[in-house]
Design a binder for this molecule. Structure first.
Ligand SMILES: [Zn+2]
Length: 105
């Protein structure tokens, strides 16, 4: 790692090197899967992700538009789809140090 940043995501603290992660995503193959899940996710762009996730991924150098995998649980009535996905990154979750807000949550 060359320049490590610490970023909070939900209740977790993540240490990562954004430069290494940006380089990984720059060199990664384009995301061209044509399955329904991927097509749906791509059509939504960054709006497929909950608020704050795009900013978090950007802070650790992950390209929000290049998930490693996406999937769908659903459909959920009445016309919605619960989707999920994951990303790879170089870094670590701080072992045993769930981040807590000042209110203890
Ligand atoms: Zn796919």
């Amino acid at each position: 790692m060359t320049r490590v940043v610490t970023a909070k995501f939900g209740g977790w603290l993540i240490e990562a090197d954004p430069g290494i992660n940006r380089e990984h995503y720059r060199m990664a193959s384009p995301w061209e899967c044509s399955c329904d899940h991927c097509v749906n996710w791509r059509s939504l762009g960054e709006s497929a992700l909950p608020p704050g996730v795009v900013e978090f991924l950007g802070a650790i150098g992950v390209d929000a538009l290049k998930p490693h995998e996406v999937f769908e649980w659903g459909p959920e009535p009445p016309r919605s789809h619960l989707m999920g996905g994951w990303y790879h990154f170089s870094g670590r979750t701080c072992a045993g140090c769930r981040a807590r807000g000042s209110d203890g949550t």
